[in-house]
Design a protein around this ligand. Structure first.
Ligand SMILES: Nc1ncnc2c1ncn2[C@@H]1O[C@H](COP(=O)(O)OP(=O)(O)O)[C@@H](O)[C@H]1O
Ligand SMILES: [Mg+2]
Length: 588
């Protein structure tokens, strides 16, 4: 953006020899500031410099500016616009109210801070330093050799500010740092990518291995599982068998043995008591028999009858004896019957005993068998659970294997996605780096900055040449170029012969400087750089310009007037007054 300082009014009090002075800058056209030496003509521009930069072209010390007579209340006020917005700068020195203050109001806003801080803000706002401002807005004898007499490197430094070359440097620095940042980012990204790539390799190898072994392993596992399932079925079948067996056993035991044993024992007990009875009976029968056996016939003979007490007759004895005999045979038969019965019972008891014993052993053996079955059953169940566990573990193995593979595929997908993202980022970065490398080159040496300087200098050369031709009646020519070191070289030619600036006459130097002053000003304007609405040309006609030269300068001034609102021409030569319609006369 062009930086345009437009002064509308300059108010001066007690600055150098100027006690009370006010001058308008608005649409004045070509103005002659006339007056004798020491009347304060140059002080007008000095006042502007002092107000804006706290410096003068003649390099006064701080209090030198204060009027010697009043010795106080020195103040310069610039009223105007900067980039179209109102600006008012007031600087005071030894002022009875404001002291040594600086007051800047821009666009309705009062700058804050100490005078030196405000000074910095002001220069930043105007975007020109003292030297640049001089170069753009004036032609004054004190600064006449600033540009031409400077070294090539100094010339670039002088122009650098006006051309805002630091923007290029900033852009270059910015680009360089961005580029570096992108390169660092890229390096770390590439590292990241290579890590993931290595990961991917590992995952791929895993998957490869798992896939290759999957079928085999699965087959093996399935086969083993098949065998185990068969075994399981066998075990279950056997368990069922044994369970049935056991059930049968338990049922058998309940019906066959215990009840029978009980019955047998009951019977045996019954028989035993019967036997005891029979034994008793037998005993009494035998006693009876024995008793009967003891009775003999002689026992009765001659003995009185127990009933009638008469001696027992032989006949009676005989009858009695026969009776005895009958009785004995009856008892004997009874004994025999009892004995037979006893034998029978004893046999039966024996039989029962045997049966009971048989049952006892049978029961024992059955119990043994049951225990055996139970043991077998528990063994079988153990085996079954073992087999089941094995089947489970094989199934788990197979599913673990599948899960592992699944997981690795998932990892693969994830890593691929990640790497794709990173590669996309890498591409973006590469693209940016490419771009920034181009931009860096653009802003670097020999880039657009160089091209810009070259073009600006071309304009400067063109403008300066035009004026120098006029001023020197085509005798002088110059070339302004930027060399490889970005320094500005000025070559002067007199009637086609190359000359050193230092070897030129003072008149020639004056013409060259004058031409350069116009050239620089026009260059700045045509490139929309820092500019002012006025030009201050001090002693333009007063030195080493012949009449022809003067006329030529007038031609140029008339041209300039069309471009610049106000052109002040300072001269102490009163004869010039007739040539200006607008004249300010300084009385000293
Ligand atoms: N502090 C000052 N107080 C009063 N006059 C001063 C002061 N400093 C310089 N001068 C005088 O002011 C005049 C400078 O004016 P100047 O603008 O250079 O004159 P010219 O019209 O020749 O350009 C000189 O006469 C000088 O002696
Ligand atoms: Mg002067």
């Amino acid at each position: 953006m062009a930086r345009m300082l437009e002064i509308s009014k300059l108010t001066i009090r007690n600055f150098f020899c100027l006690r009370e002075f006010e001058i308008s800058f608005q649409n004045r056209g070509l103005v002659l500031i006339s007056g004798p030496n020491g009347s304060g003509k140059s002080s007008i521009y000095e006042a502007i410099l002092w107000c804006l930069f706290n410096r003068t072209a003649r390099q006064s010390r701080v209090d030198d500016v204060v009027n010697d007579i009043v010795k106080k209340d020195c103040q310069v006020i610039i009223d105007g616009y900067l980039n179209g917005k109102p600006l008012k700068v007031s600087r005071f020195r030894k002022h009875s109210v404001a002291g040594n203050d600086l007051v800047v109001v821009y666009d309705g806003e009062n700058f804050k801070g100490s005078p030196s801080e405000i000074q910095l803000q002001l220069e930043k706002l105007v975007r020109a330093d003292f030297n640049q401002f001089l170069l753009i807005s004036s032609f004054i004898p004190e600064r006449i050799r600033t540009f031409a007499a400077a070294t090539p490197a100094q010339r670039l430094a002088i122009l650098g500010g006006i051309l805002d070359l630091h923007h290029f440097d900033m852009a270059y620095e910015y680009t360089r740092s961005r580029l570096k940042q992108y390169q660092v980012e890229l390096a770390s990204l590439e590292k990241e990518i290579s890590v993931i790539e290595r990961n991917l390799e590992g995952i791929k190898a895993d998957i490869d291995y798992l896939e290759r072994n999957k079928a085999k392993k699965k087959e093996e596992a399935e086969e083993e599982k098949h065998q185990l399932v068969l075994e399981k079925r066998r075990l279950i079948y056997r368990i069922k068998q044994v369970q049935k067996e056991l059930e049968r056993f338990q049922k058998g035991k309940a019906v066959d043995y215990e009840a029978e044993e009980r019955k047998l024992k009951e019977e045996r007990n019954e028989l035993s008591s019967k036997l005891t009875q029979i034994n008793g009976k037998l005993h009494s029968l035998r006693q009876q028999y024995h008793d009967l056996q003891q009775i003999e016939a002689k026992d009765y003979i001659g003995k009185p009858c127990p009933v009638c007490e008469r001696p027992i007759s032989k006949n009676l004895v005989h009858r009695l004896m026969q009776d005895h005999k009958r009785k004995m045979s009856v008892v004997s038969r009874q004994i025999k019957t009892a004995e037979e019965e006893k034998e029978e019972i004893e046999n039966r008891i024996n039989e029962l005993q045997k049966r009971i014993e048989y049952l006892a052993t049978e029961k024992l053996s059955q119990e043994k068998a049951r225990i055996q079955y139970e043991n077998e059953l528990s063994n079988l169940r153990d085996k079954l659970s073992f087999v089941q566990n094995k089947i489970d573990s094989i199934e788990k193995d197979i599913s673990t294997y599948d899960n592992l593979l699944k997981k690795r595929y998932k990892d693969l997908k994830k890593n691929r996605k990640e790497i794709d993202k990173l590669i996309e980022k890498q591409n973006e970065l590469n693209h940016k780096i490419e771009l920034y490398e181009i931009i860096k080159e653009m802003f670097g040496k020999k880039g657009i900055r160089f091209e810009y300087i070259r073009q600006v200098l071309q304009k400067l050369e063109e403008e300066t040449q035009k004026i120098l031709y006029v001023l020197s009646s085509s005798k002088l020519d110059l070339e302004i170029e930027v060399n490889n070191k970005e320094e500005i070289e000025i070559k002067v030619y007199r009637t086609g012969i190359k000359k050193r600036y230092e070897d030129c006459s003072s008149g020639e130097k004056h013409r060259i400087e004058c031409a350069l002053a116009f050239g620089l000003n026009r260059m700045a304007r045509s490139f929309h750089l820092m500019s002012t609405n006025f030009l201050f040309l001090d002693e333009l006609f007063d030195r080493a310009l012949d009449v022809e030269g003067q006329e030529k300068v007038f031609e140029i001034l008339q041209q300039m007037e069309r471009e610049i609102e106000t052109v002040f021409v300072v001269s102490h030569r009163p004869e010039l007054q007739s040539q200006f319609s607008n004249v300010v006369v300084m009385r000293g």
